[in-house]
Write a protein that binds this ligand. Structure first.
Ligand code: G6P
Length: 486
């Protein structure tokens, strides 16, 4: 078992602690069998590392393998504190409660959530372990920032252990309407878990409002606008902080010579078609991959263009592969791509190039640069950073973005070709419009979208959240004063 408390004594106390399900590093096994850790490419870690390095930061997370007990270690100026997980906890807390209960429940029931009491027990136990690790490592009055749906009980568990801390929580995925959330047998416990934070951040204002309404109706606390007033005098704020990407970093990468050369190569390998459509997603049933591939294939079938004119590159990175719904999806997509290519492809010209793999950032940038139409069609998505990355890579203000109105990103990228992913005909119409669009029209849209992501990049996002958290008064200070509004 990972005892954060025992290990915490060995590491320096941190002023800023990030708590996330995963550590921001990937294990690399060298030729001689030794293990090193490589910084993972995520936007969150690149946004936070400057603050972490100046502030004495620590990151608490799961190192990615089960049943091992690792001591804290240093990586690029950050203390990393591994939290262990048994094989059973991996099944019940991670695959089970996080990804077969909460994930579908929070994404509009796109798949049916499963409710199992053992999974909940495991979720509580693992959340407690993360909270204990954070309590051990945080300096007095430190800021602790907890990330995402896997750890929604940590704020309250941590506050119990360390009332001196400023505690923030950010949910990267959608927060559902009360009507859906209320199915959860542990709805009250979960809301109370989140209420341990001083600041609860969401991707969109609507999600924050869903949370406030649930707290009022299900927990019975007083609320006013974005604030919750607890009986002990503490106040919790719930607000939207739309996450973003390292915009300048992506633009620079896209302009770089190796990425340019690779993009050219990709176009050649695909037979230099007039238009390349691109999809890049985790292989997840929320992403709408099936519907978009059908829409594309129907455009060929209906004679709007041929496989010589246009091709679709779909990258689907393997994800949560032992969870039933993900297995079913993989088989469905395999079969669909086989059918479409069998029906419509010609020798050396498949309609769809399907890659069931993950790629490094450089290759992703080359794909973004090589493609004319990026198709992002989730049924529900917290934000969708792929849409923003594509825009960041189109420094010449060209290319088209087809974007689901149910992705958080649609609230900001309003000049995209917006679609309802449940409406195949509507999706076909927008994809065709993007295919036929004049350069001038594309430039007008892309310019506006680029402005948006230059103004709000991931550093801004992190700074905004941390500034609001710093301004929040931690619970213990509040408790000395009687509450004005309870
Ligand atoms: C989403 C979640 C993240 C999660 C990621 C990858 O973006 O919001 O918390 O880390 O998917 O999923 P995985 O289950 O592999 O961590």
């Amino acid at each position: 078992m990972g005892s954060g408390r025992r290990r915490g004594n060995a590491v320096q106390r941190a002023d800023l602690v990030i708590v996330a399900n995963r550590l921001p590093v990937d294990r690399v096994v060298e030729a001689d069998g030794s293990t090193t850790w490589r910084r993972s490419p995520g936007g969150l870690v690149s946004a936070l590392s400057p603050v972490m390095n100046t502030q004495e930061g620590a990151w608490i997370g799961w190192p990615g393998d089960v049943g091992e007990d690792l001591a804290p270690f240093e990586n690029e100026g950050m203390t990393l504190v591994p939290v262990s997980m048994s094989a059973e906890e991996y099944e019940e807390y991670y695959e089970g409660f996080s990804n077969a209960t909460l994930w579908p429940l929070y994404h509009d029931l796109v798949a049916k959530p499963e409710f199992h009491r053992e999974w909940w027990d495991s979720y509580v136990a693992v959340n407690r372990r993360f909270a204990e690790a954070a309590a051990a490592v945080a300096a007095e009055h430190a800021m602790v920032w907890i990330q995402d749906y896997q750890l929604q009980l940590v704020p309250a568990l941590l506050r119990d252990l360390r009332p001196d801390l400023r505690i923030g929580f950010f949910l990267h995925i959608p927060f559902p309407p009360a009507e859906l959330f209320s199915q959860l047998p542990w709805r009250r416990e979960l809301l109370q878990g989140l209420l341990g934070a001083d600041l609860v951040g969401f991707q969109l204002p609507g999600a924050a409002q869903n949370f406030i309404r649930l707290v009022r109706e299900r927990v019975g606390h007083k609320t006013h606008r974005d604030s919750v007033y607890l009986p002990d005098g503490r106040m919790v704020t719930a607000k939207a902080f739309p996450i973003s990407i390292d915009t300048a970093g992506f633009t620079e990468l896209a302009r770089s010579e190796p990425v340019q050369a690779r993009a050219k190569q990709i176009r050649e390998d695909l037979g230099n078609p007039r238009r390349i459509f691109l999809g890049i997603d985790r292989l997840d049933y929320t992403k709408g991959i099936y519907a978009r591939l059908r829409a594309f294939s129907e455009l060929i079938h209906d004679g709007h263009f041929t496989v010589e004119d246009a091709t679709f590159v779909q990258v689907a990175s393997p994800s949560r592969e032992r969870v039933d719904q993900y297995r079913i999806l993989r088989d469905d997509i395999d079969r669909l791509v086989g059918h479409i290519n069998g029906d419509l492809g010609r020798l050396g010209r498949p309609a769809i190039s399907y890659l069931n793999a993950s790629f490094p950032r450089e290759e992703m940038a080359a794909l973004y640069v090589a493609s004319d139409i990026m198709v992002v069609t989730p049924f529900r998505d917290g934000m969708n950073l792929v849409a923003k990355e594509y825009v960041a890579c189109r420094y010449d203000d060209d290319g088209a973005l087809v974007l689901s109105e149910f992705a958080g990103a649609a609230a900001e990228l309003k000049q995209a070709y917006l679609v309802n992913p449940y409406d195949i005909n509507g999706m076909k119409a927008q994809m065709l419009e993007a295919y036929r669009a004049e350069e001038k029209e594309l430039a007008k849209r892309m310019r506006a979208m680029r402005k948006t992501i230059v103004e709000n990049d991931v550093a801004n996002w992190a700074n905004n959240f941390l500034a609001d958290l710093a301004a929040a008064r931690p619970g213990h200070e509040k408790q000395v004063k009687p509450a004005k509004r309870s």
